[in-house]
Design a protein around this ligand. Structure first.
Ligand code: GDP
Ligand code: IMO
Ligand code: MG
Length: 428
């Protein structure tokens, strides 16, 4: 029983990077299990800020083996850039391992992503345009190209010929684009990447991870995105193309469910969302903008402004249930300091009836109105709080309300972006 999962409980950007980095000091291995460079995980160490897109957030500890798991989709150009920028900062990256089963993103995936977004007449998803969806489509359609294919030139060439033909047809004939792809150039580019990542590639990441479990090592499985962006359990179709939920960790890393003992839900003290799609507690206008500025709510990957809203207890309940959360890590509570009152959505109302379960049908969801409870705010700066008792009474009341709605205990409260700005449950 040695694995811990870190999962986003809302629409992503909850602070998973910070919490992963924090817990990594006590881990032997950190594994990313899904998503790709649509993720942007921020780690702040002293006066340095790192934004990680593909490399696990445990990379700052040389003793921690960091694995990009089989469930991740990799853009090698981005990965190599990320490695280079870490190395420039003096961060050792020899502890990185890349699963040979992970799928690769090619330019045609990015072009297809943008073409699809451009074509949609109504309700653009607002993807990150990183080719994530088209790459997962190829994986499930069994046309994908994996890391292992880079070391078999014949196989790589055959798969590329087929894919180039298919994607060019789709983009040009259906979406009205004008792309052309040069097979030899792509071969040359990717064979170049292949030699650069060879030292990190492992034939069986699942053997590596499971051997660590057998050896009673401590393993952290780092989710990207969040529960409400899950392709099965989120606000479909306004979701990503993978399973960020805790269950996704088992398939995306190849770990058995009974090896997991802790499931930590990362919960932002309010809610944000980037891109399109329903957001019942969204704060419109000036108040929402103020919260965005105060919380620095701009995407770590695309720089897009994040939509901001009040804490949503219905989302929280849905998320706690699906993920089987054993504890919560609440982040960005410091951002709420200074407000006179804070609203918390405890239920939705639909045609005069109380709704406690998150509606799966978007038509139904759109007709739901949030029911709010008003809690008193606090004025004190809490960014230097070291223990629970340092927090103002109203802040503790707010945290108790979040815990009550999630039906789950809080084990960590983050009061600032920096690594040291954390209150652990032992200080409650
Ligand atoms: P992730 O994708 O879940 O890792 O989250 P992001 O890194 O995209 O977004 C979280 C943002 O909030 C980053 O800029 C973090 O540095 C910052 N952050 C994390 N925890 C806290 C906190 O407790 N307080 C404040 N003020 N900022 C935080
Ligand atoms: P982290 O790991 C927030 C959103 C996009 C879009 C939808 C689909 O940093 O929390 P995609 O490119 O995945 O096909 O886009 O998902 N999205 C995220 N939003 N945080 C993320 O990752 C996200 N990754 C994807 O904005 O709405
Ligand atoms: Mg992020």
């Amino acid at each position: 029983m040695s694995a811990t999962i870190i999962v986003g409980t809302q629409w992503g950007d909850e602070g998973k990077g910070k919490i992963t980095d924090l817990l990594s000091s006590d881990m032997d291995m950190v594994v990313r299990y899904q998503g790709g460079n649509n993720a942007g995980h921020t780690v702040v160490i002293g006066d340095k800020t790192f934004k990680l897109h593909l490399i696990p957030s445990g990379i700052f500890y040389p003793k921690v083996t960091c694995v990009i798991g089989n469930g991740v989709v990799i853009d090698l150009k981005v990965l190599l850039k990320e490695l280079e920028s870490l190395q420039k900062e003096g961060i050792a990256t020899d502890n990185l391992k890349i699963s040979s089963q992970a799928h690769l993103i090619f330019q045609y995936h990015c072009d297809l992503d943008s073409a699809q977004e451009g074509k949609k007449e109504a309700g653009r998803i607002g993807t990150t345009s990183r080719g994530i969806g088209p790459c997962y489509v190829d994986k499930f359609n069994r046309r994908g190209i994996r890391v292992c294919d880079l070391y078999n030139q014949k196989e790589l060439r055959e798969k590329l010929i087929w894919n180039i033909e298919e994607k060019s047809f789709q983009i040009n004939k259906f979406y009205g684009g004008s792309v052309s792809y040069d097979l030899e150039k792509i071969m040359e580019e990717y064979l170049g990447y292949a030699s650069k990542i060879k030292k990190y590639a492992v034939e069986s990441s699942t053997s590596l991870i499971n051997q660590s479990i057998k050896d009673k090592k401590k393993i952290l499985l780092e989710g990207a995105q969040g529960t409400m962006l899950d392709v099965d359990h989120g606000t479909y179709p306004y979701v990503t193309s993978s399973n960020p939920i805790s269950g996704g960790a088992c398939s995306g890393a190849g770990v058995p469910p009974n090896s997991v003992s802790r499931i930590i839900g990362v919960v932002k003290a309010y809610v944000t969302r980037v891109g399109g799609g329903p957001f019942p507690t969204e704060i419109e206008g000036k108040e929402g903008e103020e919260l965005r500025e105060k919380g620095g709510e701009y995407g770590a990957t695309t720089g897009r402004p994040r939509r901001c809203g009040w804490f949503d207890g219905v989302v929280m309940r849905h998320s706690a249930r699906i993920n089987g959360l054993t504890e919560l890590a609440v982040t960005k509570i410091d951002v709420l300091s200074g407000l006179d009152k804070i609203l918390v959505c405890t239920a939705y109302e639909y045609e005069g009836k109380k709704v406690m379960d998150f509606p799966c049908d978007l038509d139904h969801l759109e007709k739901c109105k949030p029911s709010y409870e008003e809690l008193p705010g606090w004025k004190e700066d809490i960014s230097k709080a070291k223990s629970y008792k340092d927090l103002p009474k109203n802040c503790k009341k707010y945290l108790d309300k979040l815990s009550e709605l999630a039906e789950c205990k809080i084990s960590m409260v983050s009061v600032g972006a920096e690594r040291e700005q954390i209150i652990r449950s032992s200080s409650h």
